[in-house]
Write a new protein. Structure first.
Length: 105
């Protein structure tokens, strides 16, 4: 059995205007209080769910160039491990940040 795939592209810069019915629906949703929203079909987020959660594979934190004064022996140790010492510095700092954040909570 052959299936026919139809593909089309949407130009997000030139979307068609919303109909008056669509505008009315959006307005009604925006004005609806949070407690009026039916969330009964949303499953609870358990600890097991969060333990198996993975970070968005497309997440890429913004990098900032900076100057940091580091002890010479620490820098030598990082560089001695091979290429990518700046990435290792970032990983060490990120680990310390995450541990600190978990300790605060």
């Amino acid at each position: 059995m052959k299936t026919k795939t139809v593909r089309y592209e949407v130009d997000l810069a030139n979307l068609p205007p919303l109909t008056s019915a669509q505008q009315a629906e959006i307005k009604a949703l925006a004005e609806m209080p949070d407690n009026a929203i039916d969330t009964s079909d949303i499953p609870p987020l358990t600890d097991a769910f969060w333990k198996s959660a993975v970070r968005n594979p497309f997440y890429k934190p913004l990098k900032t160039s900076t100057t940091v004064r580091v002890d010479a022996d620490v820098l030598a140790w990082l560089k001695a491990q091979g290429k990518g010492y700046q990435t290792r510095i970032n990983a060490i700092l990120r680990d310390a940040m995450i541990r600190s954040l978990h300790h605060e909570n």
